[in-house]
Design a protein around this ligand. Structure first.
Ligand code: NAD
Ligand code: TYD
Length: 340
């Protein structure tokens, strides 16, 4: 089988490519990535050594380019991870989120229709459901819940999900969608909470916690997400949505304190800063469908996952130093400069 993996030079895509190269060496893999600020070709250096892996630089919104690639490569399976993925950037400038996340997905769906695939899998997010209150711990998102996104990012992801399902209903395209909670692990761009806090704490820099730090996220170690995607590709029913989560709800402040403690730093580095506009209070996933259909459950506990992640950032200082020396610093100053 020939796989197209879009967005494979980003955080989850990189992890997914290594996971699949290891687990399914019988397949061929093509990664299509625009290499935005979040994409890093160096991530795929080892993948390039595999004969069954190929990298193509390109934009999923470029219809002619995407159609030519499909015509040439004749993909069997498409896994769409290409996206603008950071909520704070979507608040600053929603445009690229609509272009890539919605129109880019449409281009891929049209190419799948024209050239035929056995599966189009859309990587979505728990954020499409909106948020849950902090004082109702029994509530969790189910696949049948209405979509009620809060940010331009989550609204663009929800729009893409609706389009994917419409292409199934209208054109019979064999699609699946997975909605996953917050991932963490190696190769995550340091604009996201966990790598940002690890790197800042290592550098003895302030740790900016939005609002009061009571917001809750459900954390999943990235390889658990990869395994869930693999199972959906193998056994998922077309037209279906699958929730993926870590069974690991944590308040932001507790995540930050744990990182500080594991790194042997002082909690005095923590700064409570201006809250994110529209900040979702709590995400929590009901993952019983994944368990019932595939016997899947997350394997890596938070303590183990965070230790592995910290070790990776300690061992790969060149990787993140390169990033924080570039456009990232401008973004950081723009975002955090006025918050204190
Ligand atoms: P990321 O920002 O690290 O990577 C995104 C990748 O997409 C980058 O390599 C970037 O260059 C590429 N890309 C962006 N626009 C493109 C375009 N127009 N054409 C081709 N490539 C383009 O994101 P991530 O955290 O790895 O997330 C991957 C997917 O998983 C996204 O769809 C995201 O919505 C979803 N998701 C992420 C999380 C999370 O916690 N990170 C949770 C649930 C779902
Ligand atoms: P983030 O990693 O941006 O993921 P998402 O917003 O998609 O869940 O943020 C995770 C949580 O951490 C979210 O509640 C916002 C909060 N946060 C901070 O408190 N400080 C920060 O500097 C960042 C980036 C996030």
């Amino acid at each position: 089988m020939k796989y197209l993996i879009t967005g494979g030079a980003g955080f989850i895509g990189t992890n997914f490519i290594y996971y699949m190269l290891e687990k399914h060496p019988e397949n061929e893999y093509v990664c299509l990535d625009k290499l935005t600020y979040a994409g890093n070709l160096a991530n795929l250096k080892k993948a390039m050594e595999y004969k069954n892996f190929q990298f193509v630089k390109g934009d999923i919104t470029d219809r002619e380019f995407v159609f030519n690639l499909f015509e040439q490569e004749k993909f069997d399976v498409v896994v769409n991870l290409a996206a603008e993925s950071h909520v704070d950037r979507s608040i600053e400038n929603p445009g690229p989120f609509l272009t890539t996340n919605v129109l880019g997905t449409q281009v891929l769906l049209d190419a799948c229709r024209k050239y035929g695939v056995v599966r189009f899998h859309q990587i979505s997010t728990d954020e499409v459901y909106g948020d849950l209150p902090l004082d109702r711990p029994e509530l969790k998102f189910k696949e049948s819940d209405p979509l009620k996104p809060s940010s331009p990012y989550s609204a663009s992801k929800a729009s893409a999900d609706l389009l994917v399902l419409a292409y199934h209903r209208t054109y019979g395209l064999p699609v699946t969608i997975s909605r996953c909670s917050n991932n963490y692990g190696p190769y995550q761009f340091p604009e996201k909470l966990i790598p940002l806090m690890i790197i800042n704490a290592m550098n003895e820099k302030e740790l900016p916690v939005y609002g009061t730090g009571q917001n809750v996220r459900d954390w999943i170690y990235v390889t658990d997400h990869c395994e869930a995607i693999e199972l959906i590709l193998e056994k998922g029913r077309v037209g279906e949505v699958y929730n993926i989560g870590g069974n690991c709800e944590k308040r932001n402040i507790d995540v930050v304190k744990m990182i500080v403690q594991k790194l042997g730093k002082s909690e005095e580095l923590i700064r409570f800063v201006k809250d994110r506009p529209g900040h979702d209070l709590r995400y929590a996933m009901d993952i019983s469908k994944m368990k019932e259909e595939f016997g899947w459950e997350p394997k890596v506990g938070f303590e183990e996952g965070i230790e592995r992640t910290i070790e990776w950032y300690k061992a790969n200082k060149e990787w993140w130093k390169e990033i924080i020396n570039g456009e990232y610093m401008e973004y950081y100053n723009r975002t955090y400069g006025h918050m204190y």
